[in-house]
Design a protein around this ligand. Structure first.
Ligand code: ASP
Length: 343
């Protein structure tokens, strides 16, 4: 139940949820008032709902770390004023933004819920209304002692509340757009919103700290049959990269050919951070299982365990921004910092 006296800040960054067709039939963003007019149900909440609108509104394909920094600062500056925060965001990069915010907001004691929709909120069959209304409900949900039920960065979509840094966009067209393959939903919305309390990380009780130093010198190398030494060399040895996420097959296997392992060794010898994440939707990297995985481990590659690529990228940006030492970053990558990896 929503309690009177509660308050939510709705942060509108853009995305399909707030778009409408222009005269050419293209989806373009419309303003916050237009969006709210389409969801009159919001006025039935007894809590106060304020809003902060980004200008310009963006399609989330244009999201950059600067937007994450703005979001972290907006939340920090208004942290004491609100019980929770709902971020309206395009679905395309929502899992990246939710992963990033999870690392940037340390000691979170209030919900930060990302949501959006596959169909604009003005369309009759929209999924946006349900997503928005339930997100507001979750953002103000309290335990009997007054603490927030979900003091985490999450994504709410298609009746499920997912941990942000465990989520990935897995379907371009279905309303069921997001998955959290390696961690169960934190809540499911039916007649009631049922919280999976055992799986929700408790608040630390310490003051919120925001981390806005991000080092983005990361590349992603997705191995595939037919990949050439030139391509691997360009990505792994490029002077601009401090870290490379290697998206491997299955449980962390890559090409066992000498040329590949040689380039990996060379990158490692240059001091680069090399992180192994699986291309599979679910499951974990285990570099002790197959000879090809062992070869990567012996060449200095760190296991990304069951992290999503989105979480791995965000964790690297955050850790590299916080420390100059690559050895320290490597030692923290497989540690559970905000619940983004199973240990
Ligand atoms: N391209 C849109 C975006 O990510 C898609 C969406 O919102 O679903 O902003």
């Amino acid at each position: 139940m929503t309690k009177g006296g509660s308050s939510v800040l709705l942060i509108y960054t853009g995305g399909t949820i707030g778009m409408k067709e222009d005269e050419r039939g293209m989806l373009t963003p419309f303003d916050f008032d237009g969006l709210i007019e389409s969801v009159p149900e919001l006025s039935k909440f007894t809590c106060r709902i304020d809003h902060y609108t980004f200008s310009p509104l963006i399609d989330s394909s244009d999201v950059e770390p600067g937007l994450w920094i703005r979001l972290a600062e907006i939340i920090r500056d208004r942290y004491d004023e609100y019980d929770g925060f709902v971020i309206l965001h395009g679905t395309d990069t929502m899992a990246y933004s939710a992963s990033a915010l999870s690392f940037m907001l340390e000691n979170l004691s209030k919900p930060v819920i990302f949501t959006g929709s596959q169909l604009p909120v003005g369309r009759p069959r929209t999924d946006g209304k349900e997503n928005l209304i339930s997100s507001v409900e979750i953002a103000v949900a309290k335990n009997p002692d007054g603490s927030a039920v979900v003091p985490e960065v999450c994504i709410f979509f298609n009746s499920q509340l997912l941990r942000g840094n465990r989520s990935t966009k897995a379907d371009a067209t279905s309303f069921n757009a997001f998955r959290s393959p390696n961690y169960p939903p934190l809540a499911t919305a039916g007649i009631d919103i049922r919280y999976n309390r055992k799986m929700i990380a408790p608040a630390t009780g310490k003051p919120l700290i925001i981390h806005t130093e991000l080092d983005t010198r990361v590349s992603i190398l997705e191995v595939h049959p037919g990949i050439t030494p030139q391509v691997v060399r360009n990505i792994l040895l490029g002077p601009e990269t401090r870290a490379v996420i290697i998206e491997t097959y299955g449980s962390g296997n890559a090409i066992s050919k000498d040329w590949f392992i040689q380039i990996v060794r060379e990158a490692s010898a240059m001091g680069k951070i090399l992180l192994n994440v699986t291309q599979c939707l679910a499951g974990t990297v285990n570099m002790d299982l197959y000879a090809t995985g062992c070869a990567l481990r012996d060449a200095g590659v760190v296991s990304g365990g069951d992290m999503t690529t989105e979480a791995a990228l965000a964790k690297l940006f955050f850790l590299m921004g916080s420390t100059k030492g690559n050895a320290q970053v490597k030692s923290l990558l497989d540690k559970n910092i905000r619940g983004g990896i199973t240990q």
